[in-house]
Design a protein. Structure first.
Length: 367
């Protein structure tokens, strides 16, 4: 059994459905791109020269893209992934900021009070709000964002995919803005054959035992590195668009909720500290926990073929204080639609065995 890491692709299991992500977002003006980075770059060109407040705990790719055209100013996030609202408002005033970037970490919505205050600031300070829904797309399509951005490839077995979407009335503002020389419709596509080959090889490894483990991992790494250095804006590939028409949203959401519930119950029994407060109705990207010896635990789980992501290696000068602590102690447990009760049981068994090795069970105090 293997859990986590990149999606495999099994084309023989595809069944066309009307319950697609395209139907889910049909009420919005949506531009489908090859990645969340392209979606963000498409938007950031329209905001060239702006000062943007960005959480200090965020994927580096976000700040890299925004820094190409805008001035990025960090605002602090607590260990529970909550913005310090008074500090945030002070920064808005101090730097005369007109753009705010915020997100709902791991699929757990920011508190109602946070959303209410941000909505007020839109009126008071003329804020434009970018809402990163990569983690929360299927908990809520949007809350108070003027523009929403998500990486679809984090949710589905597709070689590429991201989306920039907005209310129809916001479309006129976006289309009328200065977007440089990059087109907003009919984006060019890039080849995805390398990623597709890696995904299919992983499927053959998992189902047929083909000796290609090292090969597909190398291919995945190569594709990710290519994305890291990519500077252009690309549209979603024809293949990913086709695949997305075969992945039902409702069943995916239900499986993730069910898996999260199973894992929560087991984590509570074992004493692990969840990193963010979540509701049973929320659809999570992954279930994060804080552990004192994260790297040791991650290595131990990998030896048992459980591959857990870290959201995120910050690699930024501001990654100190709370953000630095969070980066060093967080680990994301997989709960996605590939798995069910059997796999969640195996993951909990691995976590319980890791207690014996002293690699991650001591509980932290109040967060």
């Amino acid at each position: 059994m293997e859990l986590g890491s990149e999606f495999a692709l099994d084309v023989l299991q595809l069944r066309e459905t009307s319950d697609t992500v395209f139907a889910y977002l049909k009420e919005f003006h949506a531009l489908y791109t090859d990645s969340g980075r392209s979606a963000l770059r498409l938007l950031s060109d329209s905001l060239a020269g702006a000062k943007i407040l960005v959480p200090d705990y965020i994927c580096r790719s976000v700040t890299d893209v925004l820094s190409e055209t805008c001035t990025v100013i960090d605002y602090p996030v607590s260990r529970r992934f909550l913005a310090e609202l008074d500090q945030l408002e002070e920064l808005i005033q101090k730097h005369s900021v007109h753009v705010l970037y915020f997100m709902h970490y791991f699929g757990a919505l920011q508190p109602e009070e946070t959303r209410r205050r941000i909505a007020e600031w839109k009126e008071t300070y003329g804020l434009t709000v970018i809402e990163d829904t990569t983690h929360s797309l299927f908990t809520a399509k949007k809350t108070v964002g003027d523009y929403c951005i998500a990486s679809l490839r984090k949710w589905f077995p597709i070689p590429d995919g991201g989306v920039l979407y907005m209310d129809m009335e916001q479309r006129a503002v976006f289309m009328g803005g200065n977007a440089g020389q990059k087109p907003k419709e009919g984006l060019k596509q890039k080849p995805v054959s390398g990623k597709v080959q890696a995904m299919m090889l992983k499927h053959l490894f998992l189902t047929e035992g083909l000796d290609c483990n090292a090969r597909y991992r190398e291919m995945f790494a190569k594709e990710e590195e290519a994305l890291n250095v990519q500077k252009g804006v690309y549209g979603i590939s024809v293949l990913s668009r086709l695949l997305l028409s075969h992945f039902p949203v409702a069943s995916m959401c239900k499986r993730r909720r069910d898996n999260a519930a199973l894992l929560r119950a087991g984590l509570k029994r074992l004493g692990y500290q969840e990193a963010v407060e979540t509701e049973s109705s929320e659809v999570l990207l992954a279930l994060p926990v804080y552990v004192p010896k994260r790297n040791a635990l991650r290595q131990r789980l990998a030896e048992q073929k459980v591959y857990c992501a870290v959201h995120w290696p910050l690699e930024r000068p501001s990654a100190a204080g709370e953000a630095g602590w969070m980066e060093n102690h967080i680990i994301s447990l997989p709960i996605d639609q590939r798995y069910g009760e059997k796999e969640m049981g195996y993951l909990l068994k691995c976590l319980e065995e890791s207690q014996k090795y002293g690699t991650g069970i001591e509980r932290f105090g109040s967060l």
